[in-house]
Design a protein around this ligand. Structure first.
Ligand SMILES: [Zn+2]
Length: 310
């Protein structure tokens, strides 16, 4: 299962990554970071995708149509969730299914909603303004959309489920269950009864030029072997072999439901928040997104998929 190499690499941008790329070159085209960047930009052009707003509704339609063109089938799961601050809310999880008949399946997740409050902004006047979520929302979705598009062209024998979850980012500090509401709904209502993929990969904040992807704590607790697998497949300079902090993100609820799931998330050891400087501020905009980082994350996923096919 580890065609990307399983020797102990010190950083992911070494020869393991090189061999991973060359091993998959005959199967897949290179991941197109510029196209992924354009897909992140298009999400931002709807405005902040805050649940309950017209921009959110329009983006849902666009995401659904994109996946319909790239996947074998699409399911839009609607539900109601209880938020910490905004009462009960209608949500949409948008699910693209590739090779529905395949028994070997990979789960890929990203949240597509954006936070209603830029409550980490240095200017308190911005704390009630919405976050644009170019990184926190659009980046992970963009990589998964572009991946689906390329797999449609190149073909894959693996079953893949792309689950774009809603209402991740309405949480309150120290209230764990107020985060990941769309994912909590999905684990209680999986799109296929008895759904059991090999494992899951969550993408969150995967677009910054200065991103550092460390081995996140819960990913290591629940699914360290899959962290190894993905990190051995990683390309580029942003994947670090260091241990990261713990994040209450969508993957925690997936793991608790019995599906091993890791989080590729940009964490900063040198920051008070644990995240990049634009996190939950009005500066989380497209001008801080790098096509190169998106390409490295997307290529890593292509390498993982190639390794699972062997
Ligand atoms: Zn967030």
């Amino acid at each position: 299962m580890t065609a990307c190499g399983s020797t102990g690499n010190t950083t992911a941008n070494d020869t393991n990554a090189e061999s991973a790329s060359s091993a998959t070159a005959s199967t897949y085209g290179k991941f197109d970071g510029e196209s992924a960047f354009s897909l992140a930009k298009q999400q931002c052009e709807f405005g902040p995708r805050v649940p309950g707003t017209p921009a959110h509704a329009k983006c849902a339609e666009w995401l659904t149509n994109f996946l319909k063109a790239s996947c074998d089938s699409v399911m839009v799961q609607t539900g109601k969730v209880q938020t910490a601050k905004s009462g009960r809310l209608d949500i949409k999880n948008i699910i693209g299914i590739i090779n529905p008949e395949a028994s070997q399946r990979l789960l890929l997740l990203a949240h597509w909603d954006t936070r209603p409050w830029a409550d980490n902004d240095p200017d308190p006047a911005n704390h009630t303004k919405p976050v644009m979520g170019a990184n926190d929302g659009a980046s992970g979705v963009a990589v998964l959309l572009q991946l689906a598009h390329q797999l449609k062209q190149d073909g894959t024998s693996l079953g893949i489920d792309i689950v774009l979850v809603d209402a991740e980012d309405l949480g309150e500090n120290d209230v764990e269950e107020s985060w990941g509401l769309g994912t909590q709904y999905w684990v209680e209502h999986p799109h296929v009864a008895g759904y059991k993929p090999l494992f899951g990969i969550l993408l969150d904040m995967v677009g910054s030029a200065s991103a550092t992807f460390t081995r996140e704590y819960y990913s290591m607790q629940y699914a360290s072997g899959f962290v190894d697998l993905v990190w051995n497949c990683a390309t580029g300079s942003h994947f670090m072999n260091s241990q990261g902090g713990a994040v209450t993100d969508d993957h925690v609820f997936v793991n608790r439901a019995g599906i091993p799931c890791i989080d590729i998330i940009d964490m900063r050891a040198d920051s008070d928040t644990g995240f990049g400087p634009e996190w939950h501020t009005v500066d989380d905009t497209i001008d801080h997104i790098s096509p190169i980082t998106l390409a490295e994350v997307g290529q890593t996923l292509l390498n993982v998929i190639a390794s699972l096919e062997q």
